[in-house]
Design a protein around this ligand. Sequence first.
Ligand SMILES: Cc1cc2nc3c(=O)[nH]c(=O)nc-3n(C[C@H](O)[C@H](O)[C@H](O)COP(=O)(O)OP(=O)(O)OC[C@H]3O[C@@H](n4cnc5c(N)ncnc54)[C@H](O)[C@@H]3O)c2cc1C
Length: 359
Amino acid sequence: MEVKQSKPKKPALVASTIRPPSVEEPMQDWYQTDTHLVIVVYTRQELLQREFVTVEIQPNGVTIQVILDKYSYFVHFKPTFPVKETSVVSVNKGKVEVKLGKVTAGQHWEYHGEGLSSNAVYTHTKSLAPKYRQWIVTKNTFVSHDTRLLRLKAPSGYTMLAPIGYHIHIVHSISGMQIGRSYTVMPPSLVEPNSDKEQEEGRALHLMIKYYSGGTLTPWVTSVSQGESIMVSNYDGNFDIQRLNNLTHLVLFAAGTGFTSMARLIIYALNMPNATLFSVVNILSQESSNSNWKGLRGRINSEHVQDYVPIPSSKCRPLVCICGPWAYNDTVESLTKLRGLKDEHLHIFAQTFPEQTCL
Ligand SMILES: Cc1cc2nc3c(=O)[nH]c(=O)nc-3n(C[C@H](O)[C@H](O)[C@H](O)COP(=O)(O)OP(=O)(O)OC[C@H]3O[C@@H](n4cnc5c(N)ncnc54)[C@H](O)[C@@H]3O)c2cc1C
């Protein structure tokens, strides 16, 4: 395929005045082939992963968001000619390429398009309000008596691949109030985590949701039918997968559906070159005293932490990840700190968006 030289770009219409100090700004460029327009962002962040690039192709413009640690950089433009609604993103040593299909192949473009309001904005990601889009339910199946696996398909033109340990937010109107809850993005299957091509491309996602009979959102969200839509936010979270490098021990504490935060993490860790033996210990808090369960019972306590959490030293570099209700998270955090662990040895998966959200 012939690659044509790009002409000098028309200047972007608007550039943000809000710029993080002392952070080198990404730069954008473009080139074209007969069939594609390729937007390039040079981030200078060699470890950037594909997951930190989202693309939205709408009739009124294309938005590319590149998340660089705590900041987001945007390319926002109206293409000179129409582009197809699917895109292909590749990231290599900090260079991002977003390939957009030309509707009319062979057409030569003088410019990639006109810069729009968010073009070249470079700002704190936390300063951006969550944006909700309608995802369509394509499957809703039982995982256990009270837990469902939902598959959702992204809206046209939108591509979002959630990083490991990140969650989305679902909002729905319940009794006239917008209620929002967080849900972690799951693999389609624990045994075949890469079996959904659309999820791999950021065009679908899976959520595992437990039903609470007295709950506010779950009676509705676990009963949605195929074809119905759900308002889903862009992803959020702060888990840094690079923290798994150079560890000697990874210890995961999950209560109930806190397991969802651990699922992709476990799969990733087990595929690391230095992975060794993996073991699971269940502690049942609600098991009847008459049952024949021989394992641990009750709630998490200092003995459990002592048995499973190693003390950090020059030869021992543990990471402890925790996900459950607030009280559980607090207890495990306190017990591990009493054992000598510091914040650098801990990650707590927690709510980041407000529970009641105005759209
Ligand atoms: C980062 C993060 C990721 C998460 N990921 C997942 C996930 O992948 N899957 C998942 O299923 N959940 C996940 N959750 C939990 C999820 O966000 C919701 O909290 C959960 O689905 C319950 O929502 P609900 O509105 O149905 O229940 P809520 O109305 O919030 O109630 C939850 C339970 O508490 C009880 N309850 C409520 N209020 C009271 C009260 N005042 N006194 C006593 N009991 C009360 C309810 O009866 C119910 O049993 C996650 C949470 C966080 C923070």
